[in-house]
Design a protein around this ligand. Structure first.
Ligand code: F6R
Length: 614
């Protein structure tokens, strides 16, 4: 979703700003722009398409070297992805330039009021309303920060805004509501951005702004207030990861690098979860055990891949704790009037911690009296801040838009939560928990083993290149993995793919099976005899109808051999933990196919990494 950066300091602002936009490319965008102030005037360049287009424009028509600048990558909401609609937007009187992430829900009414008094508009965006409102305030003599506070009170919706003003050319003023904003604190220079990645090259010292705050930034000073003008404080922190963690380290794609980081990511997520007495501990779980013992229902809310992690969680948590678990797509949650009581525990899963649908779902749950546990990868992001407790996954920055290590660590954190609840509610014996923990601890080298045997997947991708449709089948925890395998393929290779619970096949989807349709099947371990034999039958059913079968089965499972056109071996793990190994070849297959098709794997069309609009 939109990326925002503002800079004030001794460096050449446009260079800092464009470099920052590059670092935020992973958020997904469809146009980009930069504005600086020189000699009492705003200079602006903006272009639809990739940042390369903006850079070409800057080559053709350079901006002045200035000490202040703002830049933006836009993911279109109101108004198509055109040059005109790209940010920054300038007020009609030329005084103010603004960039914005989020949606101004009442923009149409505000625009009508402004047009009635003769304010001309240049774009079809909601953002331009903000530029015009600020321009008028400043024209009337208001200080930029005061102007920002005044107009924020008029706005409905979610926003991060950054503005510059030709009459006060040494200041950046920014505001936030329900959309991320961090200040990068430098020496004789400061930054504002939607993401620390934008300025990590220059400083690791950051301040996270709170809800409904305005920050006024010059080279030396950072002044924070609330919308009423009362002094306020943000949250100071040091960014613990460095630039190299956000770079590709020799891989062609961030996604591929992130697939290969999964053993370490899972190990890091498991790190330090045992107390001295050997019992499982989740440090940041600040909900009292006494309350967790009274929980009578868990609702998992999440979107996309994180939702599929939630589906895996259902199998594990119900099995280990005997608490009923519902899994909800976050965007549907609050609109169906869910039944929530004080004994409901809502578990929310989000890599970015900024997904608007998920955020709104947990706010709704909170209002109804539920306690919220967040499983999140992004330290200090909005969702964990608004939750009662958080289990951080330690995947490190995930840059590829298609989530990989984000997913596998979410699944790991869900296992930890399930085992922890089982421990405090005595639904498993200590040695049973220890046994699962041992299997979990043994998982990273097994994931590595899968990574070491991926070479044949490359040939498979070449063989299946050009197939218009793919099906994925699984049962039990293999079902969410089938959904995830299909989603990865849709997202980055733009081919039709669907995941099904294998047992559902005969209730309709089998009609899709035709000569040559590739069907991926995730086979459960043989130790789950009934489950296993049902899936083996499903493979035979699709093969009998001409499908090309790609079978993922554990080492030593010979029963599947006669029915597999392509067989990928998975290391032996307990059934519930199988997603940790079975998802990897599916991620890799999607990455390979998209690469062969010549697509931009890290930034698939129409998608954003952090979806901050509902
Ligand atoms: C798929 C993908 C998305 C996200 C979803 C939720 O590869 O990345 O489906 O999983 O947008 O995002 P987070 O986890 O940031 O809330």
């Amino acid at each position: 979703m939109c990326g925002i950066i503002g800079y004030v300091g001794p460096r050449v602002a446009r260079e800092v700003v464009v470099a920052g936009l590059r670092r935020m490319e992973y958020r997904g965008y469809d146009s980009a722009g930069v504005a600086v102030i020189d000699d009492g005037k705003i200079e602006l360049r903006k272009k639809a398409g990739k940042i390369g287009n903006l850079e070409a424009e800057l080559q053709r028509d350079p901006l002045s070297d200035t000490e202040i600048g703002i830049g933006h990558t836009r993911w279109a909401t109101h108004g198509g992805p055109t040059d005109e609609n790209a940010h920054p937007h300038i007020s009609a009187n030329g005084k103010v330039a603004v960039i914005h992430n989020g949606i101004i829900e009442n923009f149409a009414a505000l625009r009508e009021e402004l047009e009635t008094v003769g304010v001309p508009f240049q774009s079809g965006t909601d953002t331009e309303v903000v530029a015009q409102l600020l321009g008028r305030e400043v024209e009337a003599g208001a200080d930029l920060a005061a102007a920002m506070r005044t107009i924020c009170k008029l706005l409905e919706g979610a926003f991060t805004l950054v503005a510059i003003d030709v009459t006060q050319p040494d200041r950046l003023v920014a505001a936030r509501r329900d959309s991320p904003l961090v200040v990068g604190v430098g020496t004789d220079e400061n930054f504002v951005a939607s993401d620390v990645a934008a300025f990590i090259e220059f400083t690791r010292s950051a301040i996270e702004l709170g809800q409904d705050q305005v920050v006024d930034v010059n080279r030396e000073l950072i002044t924070i207030t609330d919308f009423a003008g009362n002094p306020a404080t943000g949250k100071h922190y040091q960014v613990t990861w460095d630039l190299s963690a956000a770079e590709k380290a020799g891989y062609d794609w961030f996604m591929r690098k992130e697939i290969f980081e999964q053993p370490r990511a899972v190990a890091d997520t498991l790190l330090g979860r045992h107390g001295e007495d050997g019992a499982l501990k989740l440090d940041a779980l600040h909900i009292p055990e006494s309350h967790l013992r009274t929980v009578d229902k868990i609702i998992v809310v999440a979107c996309g891949t994180a939702y599929y992690a939630g589906l895996v969680a259902k199998y594990a948590i119900e099995h280990w704790t005997r608490i009923a678990v519902e899994v909800e797509i976050a965007s549907e949650f609050r609109y169906r009037d869910p039944i929530i009581t004080g004994r409901t525990l809502v578990v929310t899963i989000s890599q970015s911690g900024e997904t608007a649908d998920t955020l709104m779902a947990i706010r709704h749950a909170r209002e109804q009296g539920a306690r919220i546990v967040a499983i999140c990868n992004t330290n200090g992001s909005t969702i964990p801040r608004e939750s009662d407790a958080v289990i951080y996954t330690h995947a490190g920055p995930e840059i590829g838009v298609a989530s990989t290590k984000g997913f596998i660590t979410q699944v790991t954190a869900c296992y930890l939560l399930g085992l922890y609840l089982a421990q405090i509610r005595n639904t498993m014996f200590g040695d049973e928990i220890a046994q699962v923990m041992n299997s979990l601890t043994a998982a990273p080298p097994l994931i590595q083993k899968v990574l070491d045997t991926l070479e044949p997947i490359k040939d498979l991708a070449r063989t299946l290149l050009g197939k218009p449709s793919f099906l994925f089948l699984g049962r039990h925890v293999g079902f969410p993995i089938a959904l995830e395998g299909a989603l990865k393929l849709k997202e980055i290779a733009y081919v039709h793919a669907e995941g099904f619970a294998a047992g559902e096949l005969k209730h309709g989807p089998i009609a899709l099976v035709d000569e040559g349709v590739p069907v991926f099947v995730i086979v459960p371990p043989r130790s789950r005899e009934q489950l296993h034999s049902k899936v083996v039958s499903n493979i035979q059913e699709v093969r009998a109808r001409g499908a090309v079968t790609v079978v993922l089965a554990e080492d030593g499972d010979d029963e599947v051999v006669p029915y597999a056109d392509f067989l990928f071996r998975l290391p032996k793990v307990p059934t519930i933990l199988q997603p940790l190994v079975s998802v990897v070849p599916l991620q890799y297959f999607a990455c390979e196919l998209a690469t062969l098709l010549g697509y931009d794997v890290d930034q698939p069309r129409n998608l954003a990494k952090s979806v901050t609009v509902e």
